[in-house]
Design a protein around this ligand. Sequence first.
Ligand SMILES: [Zn+2]
Length: 78
Amino acid sequence: MTRLHECGAPGCKEAVRNSHVMCRPHWLRTPRHLRDAINSAWADRRLEDWSAAILEARTWHTANSPGALAARIIGEKL
Ligand SMILES: [Zn+2]
């Protein structure tokens, strides 16, 4: 049986296989350097770097969610 967890992007409820960090759309939106950092940290089993890179990706998604971008354009804080 495949184990599932929620997508790592804040507010996303998509079920993701345990071997993946985020659902495919969120993963593809994650900046390349963060995806590379997550993948290489995982490959080397550097778990502290891995979780730090995931936290950075989550922060990026929070700042770049459609709602946050719209709020920035109309000058409102979330
Ligand atoms: Zn997602």
